[in-house]
Write a protein that binds this ligand. Structure first.
Ligand SMILES: *[C@@H]1O[C@H](CO)[C@@H](O)[C@H](O)[C@H]1NC(C)=O
Ligand SMILES: *[C@@H]1O[C@H](CO)[C@@H](O)[C@H](O)[C@H]1NC(C)=O
Length: 694
C-alpha cells in the first residue's frame, strides 16, 4: 500500500511539471513552436489523447487580443459547431423524435410553418430532407452568385459587397435572423437538385439548428447544453459572446472586386466573429470551446471508448458515406458533421473564414500493429490562418507527443490548486459559474473525483461555487455516485429528495444560498449519494427555520442523540433563516458538538480557537451576506479531533501558498468557502486537518 501511494505522488508531480510549464520542455512543444513560427501563426493550443486518455494539453504564443494562450484558452471553434449540431440531430433520430428522411419545408415538413417571403419558385425546395442538410447535399452552392453564402449576408453587406441585402429585399428590420434567411432562401431557386451534389453549406446547418428547436421544443443552445455538454463534462463550451454593433463600423476598408465575396473575405484579417452575432449562426458556426472540451467531446462520442452520446448504430450513421452525392475522393467524404475516411477517422477543419483548427479522431485502430505509438485523437486551435499547413503537418507534429506520459492533465483543467501529499490528490477550484456547474460536476466524475466541499458565493452578480474534490476513497464495491442539484426552491428540493431516495440516494449535503442565476432567489443546493446511509443511520432535516425554534428543535434532537451535519444560514427578507441536516447513528456514542450562526470574521476566528482548545474540530462552515458583511455559520464536533489549521480573509494566492506549505506536513484541506468581505473583495476561508493516515 505504502509503495503504491508513493508512486501516485510521483506521477502527479510529473503531471504538474508537464501541464504547468508554458512552452517547450517537451519534444512536441519544441516542434510545435517551430511550426507556429514558420507559418506565421501567433499562437495556439493543442491537446492529444490515446485510448480515451488525455496525454497532452498545452498552449503557446498569444491570442487575437495579445493574451498568452494556455491549454484552457477559449477559441471560436467554427465548424465544430456543425459536429455538435449533427450529433444532436442523430440523438433525436435515435430517440425516434425525427427521421433523417423527413422533409423540411412545405406541407408535412418539419418546418412547415416557415413561409416563403414570396412564392416558392423551385418545387425542389420541398424535396430537401434532414439527411441532405447533414451531408451538405441540399442544393445550395455558396460559390454561386448572386447570394453566395446566405449566412454571411450581413457580413458582405457591411463590407460593401454587391449581393442582395436580404433584410432590405424583404423590407424587414435588423438583425437578420435565421428565420428571415430561411424565408428568403426558400423563395429562391436552388443551385442543384437535392441529393445530387455535395457543396459545403453553413445555411444547411443553420436550418438543422431550427429543426432541433422545433422538435425538442427548447432553444438550440439549451438542447446542446443538456444533451451533449453536461453529459460529456464540457464545462467551458458555449455560444460565443455577443459583440456590440460599434465593432462592425470599425472594420477595415471594404473590397469590391471581381472575385466574389468569399475569396476576398478570406484575405481579410478581420474575424468573422467581429461581425456576426454568434447566436445568429449558432448551429453552423457559433460555438466557443477549448482543447480540453474538444477532447471530452470525441471521447464521449466514440462508442468504441464507451461513448454515451449515441448508441453504436447511430454513431456509425454519423460516419456513413452519402449515397447520392458523386464521389470526389474515393476514400474521404462528408459524413454528418464530420469528414470521414475509409480508415475510420473523423475530423473537422476550420471554415474558410475563420482561424485554423483541426479536430481529429481515429475511431478504431485499423493498423496491424498491436500497440500503436501515436495518439488517436488530437485538436489544434490556432490563432491565424494557413489551413493547408495545419492539415498537412498536424499528423507529423503529434507523432512527437509522448503517449506514455503518465499524468492527469484533466486535473489542471478542473483545479486552481492541485497537489499531492504523497498519497492523495486534492484539488481546489475557486469560481465555477452556476451556469457551468452541472457540466463541471460531470467532468469531475469522469476523472473519478468526489466533491468533498462546495459553497456558493456571489461574485460580481454571478453565483459561483468554490469546490474541494478528491479521488473516491471508497472500495470499489460501493457505488461511487453522487448527484449535485442546485437552484432548487423548497418544493423542488423536497420533490428531488423523494424521487432520489426511491432510487437509493441519500441527501448528504444541503446549502441555502442567493442565486443570481435564479433571479436572486434563495435557492438550495443539495448533494445526494447512493447508499450513503445504512440502516443504523437516521437523518432529520429542515428548511428555513427561524433561529429560536431551530435552537429548541436542536435541543430536542440532541436529547435523542442527533448531531448537526449541516447548518446553513441565510438572511432572507430581513429575517434569519436556518436549514439543517441532523444525523444519528445507533450503537455509537453521542457526538459532542457546538453550533454558531451569524458570526463576524473576528468572532469566527476566536470561536475556532476556543473550540480547538476543547478538542472540537470544525465540521461545517457556511457564509451569508448580511447587509454587505459576511456572517458565518459553524458547527464543531469532537469526532476524531486531531491537528488542524484554520485561516480566513485570504486572497487566492495566499490560500494557495498556505495549502502548498501545509501539505508538506500532511495537512489536507477539508472545508473551503469563498465569500465577499465588507469591502467587496473576494476572500476565502479554509480549514485543513492533519491526516491520520500519515
Ligand atoms: C437512505 O436511502 C435509502 C434508500 O432510499 C432509504 O431507504 C433510507 O431511509 C435513507 N436513509 C436515511 C437516513 O434517510
Ligand atoms: C507539491 O507538494 C510537494 C510536497 O508534497 C512540493 O514539494 C511541491 O513543490 C508541490 N508542487 C507544487 C507545484 O507546488
Amino acid at each position: 500500500m505504502a509503495k503504491l501511494s508513493t508512486l501516485l505522488g510521483v506521477f502527479v508531480t510529473s503531471c504538474l511539471l508537464l501541464a504547468g510549464c508554458h512552452g517547450t520542455n517537451d519534444e512536441f512543444g519544441t516542434k510545435f513552436q517551430q511550426f507556429l513560427d514558420e507559418h506565421n501563426y501567433n499562437g495556439g493550443s493543442v491537446a492529444a489523447m490515446k485510448d480515451g486518455k488525455l496525454v497532452y494539453a498545452n498552449g503557446f504564443g498569444v491570442d487575437r487580443f495579445n493574451n498568452a494562450i494556455h491549454a484552457g484558452t477559449m477559441f471560436p471553434v467554427s465548424s465544430v459547431s456543425k459536429s455538435l449540431t449533427a450529433v444532436a440531430i442523430m440523438q433525436l433520430a435515435e430517440k425516434g423524435v425525427l427521421s433523417l428522411e423527413q422533409t423540411i419545408f412545405g406541407k408535412g415538413g418539419v418546418l412547415h410553418m416557415i413561409k416563403p417571403y414570396k412564392k416558392v419558385q423551385d418545387p425542389r425546395i420541398h424535396d430537401i430532407t434532414i439527411r441532405h442538410l447533414l451531408h451538405h447535399t441540399a442544393g445550395w452552392d455558396l460559390n454561386k452568385p448572386p447570394i453566395y453564402d446566405p449566412v454571411m449576408n450581413s457580413v458582405y453587406i457591411s463590407r460593401g459587397h454587391k449581393v442582395p441585402d436580404i433584410l432590405k429585399v424583404m423590407k424587414d428590420t435588423a438583425p437578420l435572423t435565421p428565420y428571415d434567411t430561411m424565408r428568403y432562401m426558400i423563395s429562391q431557386k436552388l443551385d442543384f437538385t437535392p441529393g445530387t451534389k455535395m457543396v459545403y453549406s453553413n445555411f444547411g446547418y443553420l436550418i438543422l439548428g431550427r429543426i432541433i428547436e422545433e422538435v425538442a421544443d427548447t432553444g438550440y443552445e439549451d438542447y446542446i447544453k443538456h444533451n451533449i455538454l453536461i453529459p460529456c463534462g464540457m464545462w467551458h463550451t458555449r455560444i460565443g459572446p455577443v459583440r456590440s454593433n460599434a465593432e462592425i463600423i470599425n472594420l477595415g476598408t471594404s473590397i469590391n472586386g471581381p472575385n466574389g465575396p468569399i475569396d476576398k473575405f478570406e484575405d481579410s484579417d478581420v474575424s468573422l466573429y467581429d461581425i456576426l452575432n454568434p447566436e445568429d449562426m449558432d448551429s453552423a458556426l457559433g460555438w466557443q470551446s477549448n482543447v480540453y472540451d474538444m477532447m471530452r467531446f470525441v471521447k464521449c462520442l466514440d462508442t468504441n471508448h464507451h461513448g454515451k452520446l449515441l448508441n453504436p448504430t447511430f454513431f456509425q450513421k454519423l460516419l456513413l458515406r452519402p449515397v447520392a452525392a458523386p464521389i470526389q475522393h474515393s476514400d474521404t467524404w462528408y459524413g454528418a458533421g464530420f469528414k470521414v475516411n475509409s480508415h475510420s477517422a473523423i475530423w473537422t477543419l476550420a471554415d474558410p473564414h475563420t482561424d485554423d483548427l483541426i479536430l481529429y479522431h481515429k475511431t478504431k485502430d485499423t493498423s496491424t500493429e498491436k500497440e500503436s505509438h501515436s495518439v488517436d485523437s488530437f485538436v489544434f486551435l490556432l490563432n491565424g490562418k494557413g489551413l493547408q499547413h495545419l492539415k498537412h503537418k498536424a499528423h507529423d507534429l503529434v507523432s512527437f507527443v509522448d503517449v506514455k506520459a503518465v499524468s492527469h492533465p484533466f486535473y489542471s483543467d478542473l483545479s486552481d490548486i492541485h497537489n499531492s501529499t504523497g498519497y492523495k490528490d486534492v484539488i481546489i477550484k475557486y469560481k465555477v459559474d452556476e451556469h457551468h456547474l452541472d457540466a463541471y460536476v460531470s467532468a469531475l466524475k469522469q476523472e473519478n473525483l468526489d466533491i468533498k466541499w462546495i459553497s456558493a458565493s456571489d461574485r460580481n452578480g454571478h453565483t459561483c461555487f468554490t469546490l474541494l474534490a478528491e479521488p473516491f476513497d471508497l472500495p470499489a464495491k460501493y457505488a461511487m455516485d453522487y448527484i449535485v442539484q442546485h437552484g432548487l426552491m423548497e418544493k423542488k428540493l423536497l420533490h428531488h429528495k423523494i424521487a432520489l431516495e426511491a432510487e437509493g440516494y441519500n441527501m448528504t449535503f444541503l446549502q441555502n444560498y442567493m442565486s443570481a442565476s435564479h433571479d436572486s432567489r434563495h435557492a438550495f443546493l443539495a448533494i445526494f449519494r447512493k447508499g450513503a446511509y445504512d440502516e443504523k443511520t437516521h437523518m432529520k432535516f429542515g428548511i428555513h427555520h427561524f433561529p429560536r425554534p431551530y435552537m429548541s428543535l436542536m435541543g430536542l434532537y440532541l436529547e435523542k442523540g442527533y448531531h448537526p451535519l449541516v447548518q446553513s444560514y441565510i438572511m432572507h427578507d430581513d429575517e434569519e433563516k436556518i436549514s439543517f441536516v441532523f444525523l444519528k447513528r445507533t450503537n455509537t456514542p453521542k457526538v459532542n458538538f457546538k453550533t454558531y450562526y451569524g458570526l463576524s470574521s473576528p468572532q469566527l476566528q476566536r470561536t475556532v480557537k476556543q473550540n480547538g482548545k476543547a478538542d472540537r474540530k470544525l465540521s461545517y462552515l457556511d457564509v451569508s451576506n448580511v447587509y454587505g458583511k459576511p456572517k458565518f455559520s459553524a458547527v464543531f464536533t469532537n469526532e476524531n479531533a486531531g491537528k488542524w489549521v484554520f485561516q480566513l480573509g485570504m486572497k487566492e494566492a495566499s490560500m494557495e501558498a498556505l495549502v502548498m506549505k501545509k501539505q508538506k506536513f500532511g495537512f489536507l484541506p477539508k472545508i473551503v468557502i469563498g465569500y465577499t468581505d465588507k469591502d467587496q473583495i473576494d476572500k476565502y476561508a479554509i480549514y485543513l486537518e492533519k491526516s491520520s493516515v500519515l
